[in-house]
Design a protein around this ligand. Structure first.
Ligand code: ACO
Length: 334
């Protein structure tokens, strides 16, 4: 049972959704001054999925959410909380979670979005765990979803090769079994300008000047984010391992945020994890931001990489700067 938690909480369903359109490194070679070789060796990414002009974040989020509900055998009316973690909401307001609620017809649910970049899914899971553990809510749908392609400058090779679109969802319910063993979130707002989308908010409302400056696109200090990511993934992982009274060798599957294979390998090495303990799918999807851990978790469960009793360590970092880590003892569906 995690600190301050009155009831145990388990994930009873997972789902994910990605657009059908594939954008390969070779496609990018034709759009910007880059090469498959550079992208592959510097990041591990081979291809990513990109949403078409008719698809927005709430569409992928609802699709993933519906699959998680189906997986859990829970109907939308039984939901009392929907949290969508995203940095690419359909619009500034209303929240993307309200649009998901409308799509799912989950009329009994309270809805809110949260912005924690690529740590978003873990932030959402942590919030849902505490909301359910307190007894205030029974069933929560947490979705990490982003269409980062919509805010990428496809002439900026330092960002446009890294990201893809998608959504990953988890259905959480109270339970007698172990479930979530430990969870930690953190943030350092001093790093706010390391990864940002400057325009369109109350600081720099959208205007011809912000458009001309390209402030509707992602800006990133890649090297600074890289160094932060390696350090914080290790620190946050060690913290939740200590909270749960576990060692790295007790972890059956490590699911890190899928940003760069070099970040993942470096963190795994410092944690003394073997290759079979680490889940990687960034070659297929690139960095899908808040969706990445949810997509990986759903794939791992559905492919049998995660079985009942397994201990799974999730860890992410992202814009803010933010981070989060969680250890789950997986409970097989009855
Ligand atoms: N193709 C070819 N060359 C490129 C490309 C590209 N796509 N991008 C950069 N380069 C060049 C640079 O111009 C530079 O050339 P120069 O030496 O002539 O100046 C050279 O490659 C090396 O550039 P670096 O930025 O030093 O490359 P690095 O090895 O650090 O990799 C990368 C850059 C991949 C961005 C890395 O720093 C990284 O992965 N950082 C973390 C990013 C991240 O995780 N962001 C997501 C955060 S999560 C969220 O909340 C959304």
């Amino acid at each position: 049972m995690i600190h301050g938690k009155a009831r145990n909480v388990i994930i009873t369903g997972t789902g994910h959704a990605v657009p059908t359109r594939v954008l390969s490194n070779f496609d990018l070679e034709k759009m910007v001054d880059t090469s498959d070789e550079w992208i592959r060796t510097r990041t591990g990414i081979l291809r990513r999925r990109v949403a078409d002009e008719h698809t927005a974040t709430s569409d992928l989020a609802a699709q993933a959410g519906r699959l998680a509900l189906k997986d859990a055998g829970v109907s939308p009316e039984e939901l009392d909380l929907i949290i969508v973690a995203t940095i690419t909401p359909d619009m500034l307001f209303p929240s993307t979670s309200c649009l998901v609620q409308k799509n799912l017809e989950a009329w009994g649910a309270a809805c809110y979005d949260l912005s924690a970049g690529c740590s978003g899914l873990i932030y959402g899971l942590d919030m849902a765990v505490h909301s359910i553990a307190s007894g205030a809510y029974q069933r929560a749908l947490v979705i990490g979803a982003d269409c980062i392609s919509k805010v990428l400058n496809f002439q900026d090779r330092s960002t446009c090769v890294l990201f893809g679109d998608g959504a990953g969802a988890c259905l959480l319910e109270a339970a007698d079994q172990a479930g979530v063993l430990a969870s930690r979130l953190g943030a350092d707002g001093r790093g706010w300008d390391k990864l940002l989308l400057r325009g369109g908010g109350s600081r720099h409302p959208a205007s011809p000047a912000t458009l001309a400056a390209g402030w509707h696109y992602i800006e990133m200090c890649g090297n600074d984010v890289f160094k932060f990511a390696v350090r914080i993934m290790v620190e946050a992982s060690l913290q939740v391992l200590a909270d749960a009274g576990l060692q790295p060798e007790d972890i059956d599957l490590f699911i890190p945020h899928q940003a760069n294979i070099r970040i993942i390998e470096s963190a795994a090495q410092r944690l003394n994890l073997t290759e079979d303990q680490v889940y990687v799918n960034l070659d297929e999807y690139g960095n899908t931001s808040a969706a990445s851990i949810g997509i990986a978790l759903d794939e791992a469960v559905r492919s049998g990489r995660i079985k009942g009793g397994d201990r799974v360590l999730l860890v992410g970092f992202g814009a803010g700067l933010t981070w989060g880590a969680m250890i789950i003892e997986w409970v097989e569906k009855a």
